[in-house]
Every structure is written in structure tokens, then in C-alpha cells.
Design a binder for this molecule. Structure first.
Ligand SMILES: O=C(O)CCC(=O)C(=O)O
Ligand SMILES: [Fe+2]
Length: 308
């Protein structure tokens, strides 16, 4: 089984309706999809430079330290910490800045596509991420650069333990040679096939809440490999810490109008009769719970929030 691949450029052409339907299906049934980058983007200077940098790094011998129980080594980039980005690699900062600008645009397009597919007003999800109308609480865009070194005992450790992502939209530039990323689909782990010139996109827990469970965040993990250095660059478009997140009232109203029945197995039920399957909370509170429970089952996170 292969993760669906979407041609995003078709959103602007005659096959728009078909493409929207494909994306809706990915969000509902997979939680993951890959987007082929358009030609212009592939050939752009930042992407070429980035590829060169990655190749150069892959060629080198690295003895990076592995910490904790995940067989990975990471650093985080955001607009707020750009004075601490690795200074020694020529072109790194400039390249990553441009790369992040492009990816943020893609994240916003993905959010708008989800608005449309969910029947929400254009810009709804992004507004929710930014703390509502006219808010100064801007959404957060972070980038995690990861290295999964060869592991002498891949059977004893996971590159990154199974988890769902906490935030909104995640855009992953994954190694196109060394695989390892897997998602849990219908009870089985399947590989996210390495693909040159593609961005893997998935949705996090906040989209699950805002969509009232229509778009579930999907479990994924990275296997450790006995040979080969795996690199990945994951960018997260997340709500502001101050944003209030709750199932969209518009969606709840639409579901009520359609006589939607709240399924019994949905453990996280709102005490009100609104049909909300998730509580309303401040994203920062969610992150505090997530920090403790990232690798544990998902539902107790929402229950913990309800108790707050
Ligand atoms: O490195 C990868 O391919 C995935 C990383 C990931 O899932 C994460 O950082 O949340
Ligand atoms: Fe993840």
C-alpha cells in the first residue's frame, strides 16, 4: 500500500474538483499524503542548495550523540531562535529561511483546502490558529532537522517512537534514499515511500479537534536502520500557544443538521449536547499534557485537559 500522491498544481486547473476530493479522502482516510513539488519549486535555488548541503553532509563521517530512547539527533529552527541556527555551514541560514517561507505558504494552502473540503469559511482554520480575528497571537511555524544515524541494534530501539503530532499541519522533507518512516493504517504499519522531490504532509491533533474528529491525526514512527544515515526536515505549522481550540461550531451545526450520531467509541465526549467529541482548551495547556504523554494513547490527553 502506498501513501497517496497529490498533484497540488491541479488545484488551479480543470481537475480542481477531483483534486479537492482526493485531498479530502487523504485527510479522512489516511491523515497523510505526499505532494509533488512543482517544477519551479524543484529547480529553485533554495531547493538546489538544500540538496547540495544534504549531500555534502551525507558524505561526511558523523559521530553525533544519540540521546534518550529515540535513535535520533535533532535541532529546532524558528523565527525566534535564528541567532542560534548552525552558523558554520555556508548558505545554511539563507537556504533554510527561503525554504521555510515556501513551506509556510504550502501549509497555508493546505489549511485553506481543508477549510473548503470541510465546508468552513475560507481562512477559518488559520484564524483559529492565530487566536481568532485581529489577534496578536500569531500561529507558530517551527522546523525540526533530524538525523537518524545507523544503529547497531535497530531491533532494540526506534528512531522515533510512535506518536501523533500535536499541532496543525506538518510538512516533511524526508530522506529520498534511506527509509524508516511508517504510519499506522488500518492496524498495520506501512512505509511512507521515500520519494524524490516530494513533501509528505500530515495533520496533527489540533486539526482532529477543530474538525471534530473528521480528520484524525495518524500514528507514525521512524524505524532505526542498521546502515545509512537518514535525514529529515519536518516543519510544523501550529496554533499560537494562546489560541483557543475547539470543534468548529459551524461543523457541529452542520453535523446536527444532518442528524449525525456521536459514535459510542469516541471516548472524549463533551458534556454538552453540542455533539462535540473534544473539549475546548488553550493550546498551551494541550502542549503541557502532550509533553508528558506524547508516546502514550491519544484519548487520555483530551481527558486530562477536561479535568483541568
Ligand atoms: O523524521 C521523520 O521522518 C518524522 C519525524 C516526526 O514524525 C516528527 O518529528 O514528529
Ligand atoms: Fe511526527
Amino acid at each position: 500500500m502506498a501513501i497517496p500522491v497529490i498533484d497540488f498544481s491541479k488545484l488551479d486547473g480543470e481537475e480542481r474538483a477531483d483534486t479537492l476530493a482526493q485531498i479530502a479522502n487523504c485527510c479522512e482516510e489516511w491523515g497523510f499524503f505526499q505532494v509533488e513539488r512543482e517544477e519551479g519549486f524543484k529547480k529553485s535555488k533554495p531547493v538546489q542548495l538544500l540538496n547540495e548541503l544534504l549531500e555534502r553532509k551525507n558524505g561526511g563521517d558523523h559521530d553525533e550523540k544519540v540521546e534518550n530512547v529515540d535513535w535520533e539527533d535533532v535541532f529546532l529552527l524558528s523565527d525566534e531562535n535564528d541567532d542560534q541556527w548552525p552558523p558554520k555551514t555556508p548558505g545554511f541560514k539563507e537556504t533554510m529561511k527561503e525554504y521555510r517561507i515556501e513551506l509556510k505558504k504550502l501549509a497555508l494552502r493546505v489549511l485553506e483546502t481543508m477549510d473548503e473540503n470541510l465546508g468552513l469559511p475560507k481562512g477559518y482554520l488559520n484564524k483559529a490558529f492565530n487566536g481568532g480575528q485581529d489577534s496578536k497571537n500569531a500561529a507558530f511555524f517551527g522546523t525540526k532537522v533530524s538525523h537518524y544515524p545507523p544503529c547497531p541494534h535497530p531491533e532494540k530501539v526506534t528512531g522515533l517512537r510512535a506518536h501523533t503530532d500535536a499541532g496543525g499541519v506538518i510538512l516533511l522533507f524526508q530522506d529520498d534514499e534511506v527509509n524508516g518512516l511508517q504510519i499506522l493504517k488500518d492496524g498495520a504499519w506501512i512505509d511512507v515511500q521515500p520519494m524524490r522531490n516530494a513533501v509528505v504532509i500530515n495533520t496533527g491533533d489540533q486539526i482532529e479537534v477543530l474538525s471534530n474528529g473528521r480528520y484524525k491525526s495518524v500514528w507514525h514512527r521512524v524505524l532505526a536502520r542498521p546502515d545509512g544515515n537518514r535525514r529529515s526536515i519536518a516543519s510544523f505549522y501550529n496554533p499560537s500557544y494562546k489560541a483557543v481550540i475547539a470543534p468548529s461550531p459551524e461543523l457541529l451545526a452542520a453535523e446536527a443538521a444532518q442528524g449525525a450520531v456521536v459514535e459510542e467509541e469516541e471516548v472524549v465526549k463533551d458534556s454538552s449536547s453540542s455533539g462535540a467529541k473534544y473539549p475546548k482548551f488553550v493550546f498551551e495547556d494541550y502542549m503541557n499534557v502532550y509533553a508528558e504523554q506524547k508516546f502514550l494513547p491519544k484519548e487520555p490527553r483530551f481527558l486530562a485537559l477536561k479535568a483541568i
